[in-house]
Design a protein around this ligand. Structure first.
Ligand SMILES: O=C(CCC(O)(O)[C@H](Cc1ccccc1)NC(=O)c1ccccc1)N[C@@H](Cc1ccccc1)C(=O)O
Ligand SMILES: [Zn+2]
Length: 494
């Protein structure tokens, strides 16, 4: 399945004889830039055929085999095996509670984006009260919507903050992105990338062979060999990905003195949150001005709303996507979702939680879940849902330690916090990372944040001004909050 995903190619919409388009960089770039619903629909349908439908039989067999492996490890099924990594009895209930906390904010953002997309594409393409067609959100899986920011941001007359363009104009290279990330970690008194890292990593897509381009970070457990493999392109998204992957490496470095058994994240979400927490500082206007990726004047209320919107269509919209992916697979591993219901149940969850619908009717000939890397590659996904919650708890604690955030002090706001060069913040982060998986994760969480549980309060505090603005704006335009049932057919049998 993983090899099918890595080598799938589709034909161009504009040139039907050009059939060598790969997901990275070709389809990803087209999907990010195109504003033609017909081209986006073509790319969506063809990719879901090549990478999704074609994996259905292998996936069905993999479920049986993986459940057998789970039972041999004394678990009921793979769902229980995956959840055991979080060492709390009510993990699934915690995920549901976190979603209840964030859902009102998501629904406001969803309603606003649906209106802006309807303004652009018309009400024949985007309905007033229905789900949003998944192919119009700038990302093949509609998991982050940052590629539609340019024509949906709240205050369009405010200067466009196009980091990708600035990076390309300043001749950024993949290596420069990695060096900048390494420099950020070193500014926090964390550990520099060792010499083998620079020698052994693959940071650009090779031209002489096919590799799995989906980014990954590797610990060779010898205390000195650590590597990243990614097919970097010069854009804002890969700038984020580079920090994400470097966060994995930094965790490896911090716990490399632990016994091998403890060289792991406190839980899988912790490992995913390290790089993203640093990236929250890097993507602050203050830091982007510091490194010259954004020029010009400071904040006013409208610019701040635009900035929170930019962060929100990255972070808030990701949560229901991540939640759906493993709710779906929990049902599959438990046998509640049979192969003949795979695609119907997948889209029922995506409509119910994310408020999106496929661009065309679907049948059980399709298998859209496998069009996402982690489903084809057997990688658990709740780790990212956990990460997108706890990274705001980590960020808030680090910003307070750095003196960058003072509650109720309007000159020290969370949205403009940049912990760059704060040794106090870096030392606290290092102390938590050094534990690896040697302590239960509530102990690690408490060491850094004083809290012993995952809570949405960090995220909700960060986005409160945006939430207030969205409620007022949707009220002003009389927008319908939430979505009515989709008219697209995707459950043929029922
Ligand atoms: O998949 C990734 C990044 C790849 C990775 O760093 O999480 C990678 C995934 C992977 C690849 C091969 C085998 C297993 C997992 N994870 C690691 O490299 C990794 C995982 C655990 C410990 C150390 C490294 N991000 C997710 C979610 C995400 C995260 C951040 C921003 C946007 C989106 C995605 O793109 O959908
Ligand atoms: Zn990761």
């Amino acid at each position: 399945m993983e090899s099918n995903y890595a080598t799938s190619k589709i034909c161009s919409f504009k040139n039907a004889t050009k059939c060598d388009l790969a997901l990275e960089p070709d389809i990803t770039e087209l999907f990010a830039k195109s504003q033609d619903p017909e081209e986006l629909r073509h790319l969506w349908v063809e990719w879901h055929r090549a990478a999704g439908a074609r994996a259905r039989d292998n996936f069905t067999q993999y479920v049986q085999l993986d459940n057998e492996a789970a039972k041999l490890n004394d678990f009921k099924d793979v769902a229980e095996w995956w959840q055991a990594e979080y060492e709390v009895a009510d993990f699934e209930a915690q995920l549901a509670r976190l979603w209840e906390d964030v859902k009102p904010l998501y629904q406001q953002l969803h309603a606003y984006v649906r209106r802006r997309l309807r303004d652009k594409y018309g009400d024949q393409v985007v309905s007033q009260k229905g789900p949003i067609p998944a192919h119009l959100l700038g990302n093949m899986w509609a998991q982050t919507w940052n590629n539609i920011e340019s024509f949906t941001r709240p205050y369009p007359d405010k200067k466009e903050v196009d980091i990708t363009q600035a990076m390309q104009e300043q001749n950024y290279t993949a290596l420069k992105m990695f060096q900048m990330s390494d420099e950020f970690f070193r500014s926090l008194n964390l550990t520099a990338m060792p010499e083998k890292f620079w020698k052994n990593s693959i940071i650009e897509k090779p031209t002489d062979r096919e590799i799995v381009c989906h980014a990954s970070a590797w610990d060779f457990y010898d205390g000195e060999d650590f590597r990243i493999k990614q097919c970097t392109t010069i854009d804002y998204e890969y700038f984020q990905t580079t920090h994400h992957e470097m966060g994995h490496i930094q965790y490896f470095l911090q716990y490399r003195h632990q016994p091998v058994i403890f060289r792991d994240g406190a839980n899988p979400g912790f490992h995913e949150a390290v790089g993203d927490t640093i990236a929250l500082s890097v993507s602050s206007p203050k830091h982007l001005r510091r490194v010259g990726l954004v020029s010009g004047d400071a904040e006013d209320e409208q610019t701040e709303i635009n900035q929170l919107y930019k962060m929100g269509i990255d972070k808030i919209v990701f949560l229901p996507f991540a939640y759906t992916l493993d709710l779906f697979r929990y049902g599959v591993f438990r046998g509640e979702t049979r192969p003949e219901d795979y695609n119907c149940h997948y889209w029922q969850l995506r409509e119910a939680l994310q408020g999106v619908e496929p661009p065309v009717n679907r049948t059980e000939e399709d298998f859209d879940a496998a069009a996402k890397y982690h489903v084809s590659a057997d990688v658990e996904y709740a780790r990212y849902y956990v990460s997108f919650i706890i990274q705001f708890q980590f960020h808030r604690a680090l910003c307070q330690l750095a003196g960058e955030y003072v509650p109720e002090d309007l000159t020290k706001k969370l949205v403009d916090c940049d912990i760059y060069q704060s040794v106090a913040a870096g030392n606290a982060l290092a102390n938590m990372l050094k534990m690896g998986s040697s302590r239960p994760w509530p102990d690690a969480m408490e060491a850094l944040t004083g809290q012993r549980a995952m809570r949405a309060d960090g995220l909700l505090e960060y986005f409160r001004p945006l939430h207030d603005w969205l409620r007022a704006e949707n009220q002003r335009t009389g927008e319908h909050i939430g979505w009515e049932p989709s008219k697209i057919q995707y459950c043929t049998s029922e």
